[in-house]
Ligand binder design. Sequence first.
Ligand code: UD1
Length: 417
Amino acid sequence: MDSIHIWGGVALQGEVCIQGSKNATLPILAATLLTGECSYIRNCPRISDVYAMISLLQSLGCIVNWQENGILVDSSQVRRGEMRSEAVRGMRSSLCLLGAMLGRCSEVVMEHPGGCVIGSRPIDLHIEALKQMGVEFKEEAGLLKASADRLHGAVICLPRSSVGATENIILAGVMAEGDTELKGAAREPEIVALCRYLECCGACIEGIGTDCLRIKGGRTLYGTDFEVPADRIVAGTYLLTCIGTGGNLFLGKAPWREMEAVTNLAERMGGKLCISEKGIYVQGPDRPRAIECITTAPYPGFPTDLQSVALAVETVGDGNTVIEEKIFENRFRVVEELCRMGAKIRQLDASKVLVEGVPVLHGAAVEARELRGGAALVTAGLMARDKSSVSGCLYIYRGYENICRDFRELGARIISV
Ligand code: UD1
């Protein structure tokens, strides 16, 4: 099931229910290690990154089972802190197991974490922060060794916003001796979800949702039952695809409170939105309006994870759009593929492209090279006038539970083969 075939040009119509958030589920699953008890995490998406996290937890000694739409994790038997597997190399969020495991064992050995190929993705912020909390690092034969005889609180100031580093500091901080004050914390909703889960376990974290967190360390944490919020990136993908294809959609459970930058953009592109507690209704325009400049930024700014989808939509905008990527380098790998479909895109510099809107894209055989870029190619295929095929779709399944089923339910002609 590595390819998706799409016969485009259909205006999307109907209702879809948004899956649980990938980026919230992964650190919460890592956090279940801290309790040494059972936690039941509801509304987990059935995606390959979650399966990879499950096998990592199992390799550490956890007993993990799906129960309905949730995952039951029993972390009482965790003894060793060794993570050497394909899953570590393939998934950057395995990095949050570092903070969690340091909270559990005094030594952790892991392979260098991977993830989508979008820029060099260094881990210096994680390492510097954990060093301040008493962790020593060594690199031996490609393995990262971290040890801490005594994990202690610290005053940490992150020089740049980092979701993963903020999560690692929180995970280590709740287990450390003493308090940790984190300035410059990332404020993404997934961090809020992680903090809420830890609060349910008995942790004390002040300043949740702000860039200054105060974490009281050393409290006993207990297993709990927690519901993961809906995925704002999946909701944003479907919302923007409706802007690109026209039609009417209802995005059930879409977490609209966390989506202001995206819903604002959709409205500026000509979408008519009606937001209620139940979700977002959107009516797409005949043709998307070209927005002069779309710039990604840490939350609450426009998310980098939706940059490629917005780019795909603006390929058929009624004018020119500059897309500026401020978070990751090398996140324009989709440009070449969109150009195969008739898009006119020029790279202005490493972080900027100019999109000159064309009336319609044509179908083509294209290749997904990373998760969100892959989703953007599906969006483009749905907007195009004839048949497209997207290969490399295993990337897409890392984050989207069943993108073909969802779009098919909305009237699209799309199959995975
Ligand atoms: C998380 C999300 C990812 C999203 C990204 C930014 C998960 C599983 N993934 O990734 O979907 O695109 O946030 O919203 O939640 N950086 C450093 N040194 C570090 C760490 C990061 O220089 O030690 C840089 C990165 O290269 C990048 C920027 O900081 O340029 C932001 O990265 P970060 O917020 O850490 O992203 P992730 O946590 O990897």
